[in-house]
Design a protein around this ligand. Sequence first.
Ligand code: NAD
Length: 216
Amino acid sequence: MKYGLIGRNGRMGNEIYNLFSEKGHQLVFSYDKSGEFFEEKPEILIDFSLPEAFNKVIEYVDKFKVPLVIGTTGLDENQIKQLHEISQNIPVVQSYNFSIGIQVLLRLTKLADSLLKDVDIEILETHHRFKKDKPSGTAKMLKDVLNKDVNISSIRVGNVPGDHTVYFGTLGEVITISHRALSRRTFAEGVLKSAEFAIKSIAGFYTFNDVFNLTI
Ligand code: NAD
């Protein structure tokens, strides 16, 4: 596919570029702080930048009128609302986490919550020192599936791509459910699957769960 990448020079931008190149996909447009690269109109736009670039993302979607896969975290309510609005005309795949393992973690968390009574629940997330948003989008997704007021603790150390743990503690025992991303490549693989999905989908708002279609 011929794709465009916003946040091209970032850690995720590089990971996506390397994987897509290996698989024979062609970067024909990119945008980053250093400026714009344009060769031809892309078939799909991918955004892994920061919320500050969001208006440009909307501008380019409007210009190219192609599907969008967006993984940028820290978006506010209004930005999410805008994504829903543009999804009336184009397919949008939005997720704060593009790893399949997190989809499993979300389900295990919901299951544990439904089985345990009189339990304390806490979420812990650990990321690399450069991560700008806190708590992580994935921690917020975990809180959302629990649908209750759960405390989130955040640690920023070294070069950790992303660790998430949910603790369930009763007076007699503690269950911990954890996920560890071993590299950013796992996210890039999810982005590629999402791009392939978006290109053949009708307009609508999709999550990474729709891409994998896990049934439990
Ligand atoms: P990064 O800081 O390495 O890269 C961000 C890139 O965006 C940089 O190249 C930067 O120059 C560019 N950028 C920032 N503001 C800009 C602006 N106003 N205009 C143009 N370009 C701008 O960050 P990263 O680690 O690559 O992560 C990028 C985003 O993806 C973050 O929001 C991060 O939390 C998120 N992320 C999501 C997932 C997921 O699975 N959804 C996984 C990893 C990271």
